[in-house]
Design a protein around this ligand. Structure first.
Ligand SMILES: *[C@@H]1O[C@H](CO)[C@@H](O)[C@H](O)[C@H]1NC(C)=O
Ligand SMILES: *[C@@H]1O[C@H](CO)[C@@H](O)[C@H](O)[C@H]1NC(C)=O
Ligand SMILES: *[C@@H]1O[C@H](CO)[C@@H](O)[C@H](O)[C@H]1NC(C)=O
Ligand SMILES: *[C@@H]1O[C@H](CO)[C@@H](O)[C@H](O)[C@H]1NC(C)=O
Ligand SMILES: *[C@@H]1O[C@H](CO)[C@@H](O)[C@H](O)[C@H]1NC(C)=O
Ligand SMILES: *[C@@H]1O[C@H](CO)[C@@H](O)[C@H](O)[C@H]1NC(C)=O
Ligand SMILES: *[C@@H]1O[C@H](CO)[C@@H](O)[C@H](O)[C@H]1NC(C)=O
Ligand SMILES: *[C@@H]1O[C@H](CO)[C@@H](O)[C@H](O)[C@H]1NC(C)=O
Ligand SMILES: *[C@@H]1O[C@H](CO)[C@@H](O)[C@H](O)[C@H]1NC(C)=O
Ligand SMILES: *[C@@H]1O[C@H](CO)[C@@H](O)[C@H](O)[C@H]1NC(C)=O
Length: 320
């Protein structure tokens, strides 16, 4: 009876999210979760929390084929500029770190996707100061790394998701402080920190070519990055000063060589910052974000990334 009742609500009270940016997102068990962000260009922060079911085919041009499930009622955090990673014994827990809010918030919020329940983790002992615009990275089986952030030094923190405890990492040879960068854990467990701006002077952009070869992507912040199983990092969009970007770049991590991503069917004037990108099968789902100042995206764009030499926007997704 109870299950039937929930299915009834989810099926018929269609939830279609409005535009938002600087939200966070993770994929667990064919559900692409989204939390918080600004859902208004005037700086309104939202506590909306929902997922997109990617276990079923969808067509981005047909709203009724896009299965959104609203979980805001579970009481998620009212935060923007957060970062989210998965963890816990079964890798079914979402951890949301840092961020900015008009009210006081916990530094770590965790959502157990199996129990559908939030737990705010009280910060005790040696813990990071609150910070925003970071990018978390999973490493060392169930740990998460947090580096630097807005108005932070270049400190490096390790969060053990099994014990929910923090420790400070070794920052010998650490790069300068930064925020609005993107972190990617490589197959060899090194974490690559890409781009962003200085955490102590946001007018200073971080280089994109500090040990890479090939052409160099223009510097940027608030972009997205995904890692493919065949060792390509694909970055998209972001912003430079007050201009949003829409270019695609590929980093071959076997050679640490950049190249421009060739999109066969580019979308005219598609620029985004503060969006998220997630790899689902061979598709990069580019979700929400700010097209241009005052114009927020409520859309999902899907890029077919199955080929190394050419990329293609698609409107239909069929899970494999
Ligand atoms: C923004 O999110 C809040 C909930 O946090 C909601 O009440 C409000 O309607 C949303 N605004 C828009 C424009 O969707
Ligand atoms: C889908 O829903 C969004 C948000 O309500 C709306 O802006 C858009 O026009 C709809 N698209 C189609 C094809 O109906
Ligand atoms: C839109 O999607 C719904 C649900 O999957 C489907 O029933 C409907 O036929 C689709 N409409 C079009 C025009 O393809
Ligand atoms: C990773 O951690 C999980 C949870 O503690 C454990 O079950 C698994 O065996 C570990 N995997 C490896 C490769 O150590
Ligand atoms: C987060 O960023 C905003 C700018 O968007 C800044 O004003 C605020 O102080 C930052 N908060 C923290 C905790 O760093
Ligand atoms: C930190 O790393 C450096 C370089 O790898 C090493 O020399 C140093 O001993 C480490 N410090 C600690 C406290 O582990
Ligand atoms: C470039 O990388 C080296 C270590 O490989 C580091 O010492 C240096 O600070 C980095 N510079 C920037 C601007 O990230
Ligand atoms: C921030 O960096 C810019 C560009 O390098 C420089 O002109 C400015 O003085 C710096 N501001 C501070 C507060 O250091
Ligand atoms: C694309 O942007 C340019 C420059 O802002 C503008 O002139 C042009 O009208 C735009 N094209 C479309 C199709 O919106
Ligand atoms: C917002 O940007 C999108 C994507 O470039 C564009 O299609 C749309 O017309 C813009 N809306 C407004 C109100 O400028």
């Amino acid at each position: 009876m109870f299950t039937f009742f929930l299915n009834f609500i989810f099926t018929f009270a269609a939830f279609i999210p409005n535009g938002r940016f600087f939200h966070s997102s993770v994929l667990i068990d064919n559900k692409l979760y989204f939390s918080g962000g600004y859902n208004d260009s005037l700086g309104i922060i939202t506590n909306e929390f929902f997922y997109l079911d990617v276990s079923k085919p969808l067509e981005t041009t047909n709203n009724s084929s896009i299965q959104w499930v609203d979980l805001t009622y579970t009481g998620g955090p009212l935060k923007t500029e957060t970062t989210a990673c998965i963890g816990g014994k079964n890798n079914d827990i979402i951890f949301i770190f840092g961020g900015y809010s008009h009210t006081s918030q916990y530094f770590v919020n965790q959502f157990d996707t199996s129990e559908q329940q939030w737990i705010n983790i009280a910060s005790v002992g040696n813990v990071p100061t609150n910070r925003n615009y970071t990018s978390c990275a999973n490493f060392n089986n169930r740990s998460i790394a947090i580096f630097s952030g807005y108005s932070s030094i270049n400190d490096f923190w390790i969060f053990n998701t099994l014990t929910q405890s923090w420790s400070l990492g070794n920052t010998t040879n650490a790069p300068p402080s930064r925020c609005a960068y993107y972190a990617i854990t490589l197959p060899d467990e090194n974490i690559l920190y890409i781009g962003g701006v200085s955490g102590i002077n946001i007018t200073v952009y971080m280089p994109m070519n500090n040990f890479t070869s090939g052409p160099t992507p223009p510097v940027r912040d608030s972009f997205s990055a995904v890692l493919t199983s065949d060792e390509r990092i694909i970055i998209f969009g972001g912003s430079y000063e007050t201009t949003n970007l829409g270019d695609l770049w590929i980093l071959d991590i076997t050679k640490f060589q950049w190249s421009i991503g060739n999109i066969l069917n580019p979308i005219t004037n598609l620029t985004l910052q503060g969006h998220t990108a997630t790899l689902v099968d061979n598709y990069m789902f580019v979700s929400f974000g700010e097209f241009s100042i005052g114009n927020l995206s409520s859309r999902i764009f899907m890029l077919d990334v199955s080929r190394k030499d050419s990329y293609r926007w698609v409107t239909e997704f069929t899970p494999t």
